[in-house]
Design a protein around this ligand. Structure first.
Ligand code: CTP
Ligand code: MG
Length: 260
């Protein structure tokens, strides 16, 4: 789809993670959810939102099953006149996976939306809010929710007090200014490419700390706008998250779901 400003949007779906914390022994994108693989849900969600002229999926290196899945979906989508779906091999960090996909986007694209396959149940409205902000001229826009817990930053206890507890509180940021950030995150393509060129210089441990794309763009001093996310966009990370996602899909709550 084109934004009102005539920009073509690509959606990058990062699905190359190993799913360590889910503990299924297979990459998370291959974990079943409501009778389908997690990646199938994620891609069907992107297709339902209908904002993309190209969808590029970063897969675990050489994963034949997921390559096949994307091939089938690509053929089905192309036959229906939908967007092109292509795949790339992801990298050893999320940022590397994004970079592989950024290098493989269709040339006419000028805006990009990065989405975690692990947020497999993200509703179309969230994609629409991101696309609308890009159309209004945002160089960067992310979905977020207010946090319900009080959040504190901590530091290690002094050696003399470590027997009391390993950490102590440093400070308590005002909760009404805190947001839990999700994907899909939308960017002007040239801006995100510049941010990732700089991130490519990070060490492996620094790269592991890059948990979203917006933080790279923030570091360049670019304004990052915030729209409303959704509780349905939870990142399926732990076995409890998977239970919750199954419940949202199939359980008695599903018909009564209203976006918070
Ligand atoms: N991701 C990726 N390439 C990596 C690491 C992560 O494409 N090298 C993707 C994941 O597939 C996921 C998203 O980034 O869709 C968010 O990552 P996370 O939830 O941490 O997934 P995993 O890395 O798979 O999980 P874990 O950290 O528990 O291993
Ligand atoms: Mg991870």
């Amino acid at each position: 789809m084109e934004t009102e400003a005539g920009r073509k949007i690509a959606v990058i779906v990062v699905a190359a993670g190993s799913g360590e914390r889910l503990g299924r022994g297979v990459p998370k994108a291959r974990v079943p959810l409501g009778g389908e693989l997690m990646l199938t849900h994620a891609l069907r969600g992107v297709l339902a939102a209908d904002i993309a002229s190209h969808i590029c999926v970063a897969l675990p290196d050489g994963d034949a099953e997921l390559q096949r899945l994307c091939g089938v979906l690509a053929a089905e989508t192309s036959a229906a006149g939908g967007p092109e779906i292509t795949v790339v091999d992801g990298g050893s960090s999320r940022a590397e996976s994004v970079r592989s996909a950024l290098a493989a986007l269709a040339p006419e694209v000028s805006a990009v939306v990065i989405h975690d396959a692990a947020r497999a149940l993200t509703p179309p409205e969230v994609f629409h809010r991101i696309a609308a902000s890009l159309a209004e001229g945002a160089l960067a826009v992310i979905p977020a929710l207010a946090v319900v817990d009080t959040i504190k930053t901590v530091e290690n206890s002094d050696p003399g007090t470590a027997s009391i507890a390993p950490e102590r509180v440093r400070c308590t940021p005002a909760r009404d200014q805190l947001r839990a950030v999700q994907t899909p995150q939308g960017f002007d393509l040239a801006t995100l490419r510049r941010a990732h060129e700089q991130a490519a210089l990070l060490t492996q441990s620094q790269a592991a700390e890059v948990t979203d794309d917006a933080m790279l763009v923030e570091a360049m001093g670019v304004a990052v706008y915030v729209v409303k996310g959704s509780a349905r966009s939870l990142k399926i990370t732990t076995p409890t998250d998977l239970l919750l996602a199954e419940a949202l899909l199939e359980g008695p709550l599903a018909p009564r779901w209203v976006e918070g």
